[in-house]
Design a protein around this ligand. Structure first.
Ligand code: ZN
Ligand code: CU
Length: 491
């Protein structure tokens, strides 16, 4: 216990939701420097800053496990979209695309353009990127996966076929280097053209490096539509033999004809979990968002154009209306609007709820930070889970909701000293009002600050206070820490 110990900040009398899923308890939380030093009845302890947290939830800072903030965290390091939700760490490099090892002379090819413009791809290696994050000091911590599509671009001259043995060896070497420099793991996106020709053998060839480092593999699977079951099997088959921790990214059953199939897909995931570690992430919305693709314009789902390079004036309009105005079908209109981004209303609410409530599901926004009119998940994901899905609809308890945003995420991505309120852990803390927390971002007005997020501490520094950033940017680059060091009680 910590009597007599010094602290810089004490949060008094808040309801501590510890991140492990334990029942909330009223307790004081003491912070010294960048660490939590004591949790409990700390009446004998004083600090220069004592904050009354009665009636508020005191939780670990939220970890956004699925982001594309690779370059945004450097270009706009205030990270307001995330900090304002109580997010204190983002995991970048998802869906096979990450910012290192690549240079583009002209336009950035899809889907790398989701990350930013060509002039921002300036990192020859993973260590250069890590150093840039530490130098820039974004307002939130940044952990990074390395993308399989990134490795393909770096190691293969032609990508219309599976990699050969030498190319796999080259990719494995870059992956091993990145892991040595702290990468959290590998992501893949065989749904997207740079990696579509990759086969199971190619990806399996990279799993050994992950297993040796106890690192994670996140997969944007090949098909989230009619072939979703086969696509899940492919991911299980890739990660299974080496028992690599697999995360199914933004799991969904997309397309009207697949609504209801989450019963089947979660059954497949549960069956796989008997043999191998499988987790998933999900965002609390029924629309997905990605680049404009004509093959997704099936005429059945609503498609909202978020941005279009050739037709910027069409941002915020329905594809169906644009097609009608142009006198063409929707796929043709989509081809004319590309390159660009869109939101696809392709998910049934019941499937989304079933998936997000699954034991192994973490919360990840999949927000696209460079979209001029982004999907509201970029600004609303975490408060929406806490407000709409926890308080209003009772999909899970508050402690379960917080666990999916913190402790479960930290354990999955090997962030050993984050995601839990306990002595010795990093002082990433979000204080929010569970009775009012809510998202305000909508498809029409997506850049809107959530309600009810009172205080956000990043590495012990107050970074957000009731609706505004404090100007402090205390984020760090987070390196993989596979084994939990015993919490240092004496710090
Ligand atoms: Zn994805
Ligand atoms: Cu993604």
């Amino acid at each position: 216990m910590a009597y007599g110990q010094s602290a810089d900040i004490i949060l008094r009398g808040g309801t501590v939701v510890d991140g492990l899923g334990s029942a909330p308890v009223v307790a004081d939380v003491a912070i010294a420097g960048d660490r939590i030093v004591a949790v409990g009845a700390l009446g004998g302890m004083t600090a220069p800053s004592e904050i009354d947290a009665r009636g508020l939830a005191v939780a670990p800072g939220f970890i956004d496990v699925h982001t594309h903030d690779d370059l945004a965290c450097l270009a706009a390091p205030e990270m307001t979209a995330k900090l304002s939700q109580g997010v204190t760490s983002v995991i970048v490099g998802n869906c096979g695309i990450s910012a290192t090892h690549l240079r583009f002379d002209a336009a950035v090819p899809e889907p790398f353009n989701l990350l930013g413009d060509a002039d921002r791809f300036t990192f020859p290696g993973f260590a250069d990127y890590a150093a840039a994050v530490d130098r820039t000091r974004p307002a939130v911590n940044v952990g990074a996966l390395i993308g399989h599509s990134t490795l393909r671009l770096a190691c293969m001259a032609a990508r219309d076929r599976p990699a050969g043995a030498e190319e796999i060896a080259a990719m494995r070497a870059l992956l091993a280097d990145a892991l040595r420099d702290g990468a959290l793991g590998l992501s893949s996106g065989v749904f997207y053209s740079p990696a579509r020709a990759a086969d199971i053998a190619e990806l399996r060839g990279l799993m050994g490096a992950l297993a040796a480092a106890e690192a994670v593999y996140t997969a944007h699977i090949r098909d989230e539509y009619n072939e979703v079951a086969a696509a899940l099997d492919e991911a299980f088959e890739i990660a299974g033999p080496d028992r690599v921790r697999l995360v199914i990214s933004h799991h969904k059953c997309a397309g009207v004809q697949n609504w209801g199939r989450s019963v089947e897909t979660l059954g497949l995931i549960d069956a796989a979990r008997i043999r191998q570690p499988v987790l998933l992430d999900c965002y609390p919305y029924t629309a997905g968002s990605t680049i404009i693709r004509d093959d997704l314009a099936d005429g059945k789902i609503e498609i909202l154009i978020n941005w279009s390079e050739p037709h910027p004036e069409m941002a915020g309009r329905q594809l169906a209306d644009i097609a009608a105005e142009w006198g063409c079908d929707q796929p043709a209109a989509a081809r004319r609007l590309a390159p660009g981004g869109a939101s696809y209303f392709q998910i049934h609410e019941d499937d989304m709820r079933r998936i997000i409530a699954h034991d192994g599901c973490m919360i990840g926004s999949d927000g696209l930070p460079v979209d001029p009119l982004p999907h509201p998940r970029l600004w609303g994901t975490f408060p929406r889970v806490l407000g709409r899905y926890t308080r209003e609809l009772g999909l899970f308890t508050l402690e379960q909701a917080v666990h999916r945003m913190t402790g479960l995420s930290a354990a999955t991505f090997a962030l050993a000293d984050r995601g839990v309120i306990a002595p010795g852990m990093a002082a990433d803390i979000t204080v929010f009002d569970p009775t009012s927390v809510a998202d305000t971002a909508t498809y029409d007005v997506p850049q809107a600050i959530a309600r009810g997020i009172d205080l956000v501490f990043v590495n012990g520094r107050l970074s957000w206070r009731r609706g505004e950033g404090t100007g402090t940017r205390a984020g760090r680059f987070l390196r993989r820490q596979p084994r939990a060091a015993p919490p240092d009680q004496s710090a």
